[in-house]
Design a protein around this ligand. Structure first.
Ligand SMILES: [Zn+2]
Ligand SMILES: [Zn+2]
Length: 261
C-alpha cells in the first residue's frame, strides 16, 4: 500500500493524535501519499453540534495545519486534505456551502446513519432487520455518489442488516452497481477488519466479486499507529485476491473542485 486516503485526527472528538503524528507514522511506514479525511462538520438546521465530528469552527484550523505540514514534509510524503461525510439530502446543500472555499480537496462518502443524524436514528453499524432502513441507506449513498463530488465510498457495507438475506443481496447489488457506474472505488475498511466488525463481510465480498468491482484499502485510522498495519494490509490483499477484486490506489481527488461556491 502506497497511499491511504482515510485518516482521522483528534479534531473529530473521538479519535486521537495530531496531524503531525499521523504524518510521521506514515513516513516511517513508507507511505507515499497520506490523505486526511476527518469527520466533516455537518450544518444542522437547529444549530445542533455533533459530539463525534469536527465542529464547524474547527475546519479552518484543520486545513491551515495540514497546508503548513504539507509544505514542511513535501520531500517525504504527499499530503492531501479531505473530509469524510454522509449524504443527508435535506442537509447536504447547507453543509457544502459551508465547506466550499475552505480549501478542502476531496470528500469520502461515509454513511454512518442511513437517513440522517436525527434523534432516534440508528448508527448504520447497529443491527437492524428493517428493510426501509436498508433501502434508505442504499438510496442515500447512491444519491450522494451521483452528485459527482465524492472521491470514493468508505465502508460501503457498514449497514448491519439482519433481515431477509435475499433482500440484502439485491439492495447491496444495487449499491455496488450504482457506485461502479460513477467510477468510484469501494473501500475495504481496515478498521472494521481489525476489530472484527460487521464490515467488511464475506457476504458483501461475494457481491463485489459478482460485479467485478474495483476496491481500495482504507486505514480509517483513529490513532496514529493505525495509519499503516502491514499484517492487516496483507490479509486485506489476500481477501481481494480470493474474491478476484481489482485493487486500486488511483482515486480522483479533483471531483470536489467542480463545485462552485
Ligand atoms: Zn466512517
Ligand atoms: Zn472514517
Amino acid at each position: 500500500m502506497n497511499a491511504n486516503f482515510h485518516t482521522h485526527t483528534y479534531r473529530c472528538h473521538h479519535a486521537s493524535g495530531t496531524e503531525r503524528e499521523y504524518i510521521e507514522k506514515a513516513i516511517d511506514a513508507g507511505l507515499k501519499v497520506l490523505g486526511f479525511s476527518d469527520h466533516a462538520p455537518y450544518i444542522f438546521k437547529d444549530g445542533h453540534y455533533s459530539g463525534f465530528r469536527m465542529h464547524p469552527e474547527e475546519l479552518a484550523g484543520y486545513v491551515q495545519t495540514l497546508s503548513a505540514l504539507r509544505e514542511e514534509y513535501k520531500k517525504d510524503i504527499e499530503i492531501r486534505i479531505g473530509l469524510e461525510i454522509e449524504y443527508y439530502p435535506t442537509l447536504f446543500e447547507d453543509t457544502l456551502k459551508f465547506i466550499c472555499s475552505q480549501g478542502v480537496e476531496y470528500l469520502l462518502l461515509g454513511q454512518h446513519y442511513a437517513m440522517g443524524e436525527f434523534p432516534g436514528e440508528l448508527y448504520s453499524a447497529r443491527e437492524s432487520s428493517d428493510p426501509k432502513r436498508l433501502q434508505a441507506y442504499v438510496d442515500n449513498v447512491l444519491q450522494g455518489a451521483e452528485t459527482g463530488l465524492f472521491s470514493y465510498v468508505a465502508h460501503p457495507d457498514i449497514i448491519n442488516f439482519t433481515g431477509d438475506e435475499e433482500f440484502f443481496e439485491s439492495e447491496l447489488d444495487r449499491l455496488v452497481k450504482g457506485i461502479l457506474k460513477q467510477n468510484l472505488p469501494l473501500e475495504i475498511n481496515l478498521l472494521g477488519l481489525a476489530e472484527g466488525r460487521n464490515y467488511p463481510s464475506h457476504r458483501f465480498f461475494k457481491i463485489l466479486e459478482k460485479n467485478n468491482a474495483t476496491v481500495i484499502l482504507g486505514s480509517d485510522a483513529h490513532k496514529p499507529e493505525n495509519v499503516y498495519n502491514a499484517e492487516l494490509i496483507e490479509s486485506a490483499i489476500k481477501l481481494t485476491r480470493h474474491y478476484h477484486l481489482n485493487l486500486t490506489e488511483n482515486v480522483d481527488l479533483t471531483r470536489l473542485s467542480s463545485l462552485t461556491c
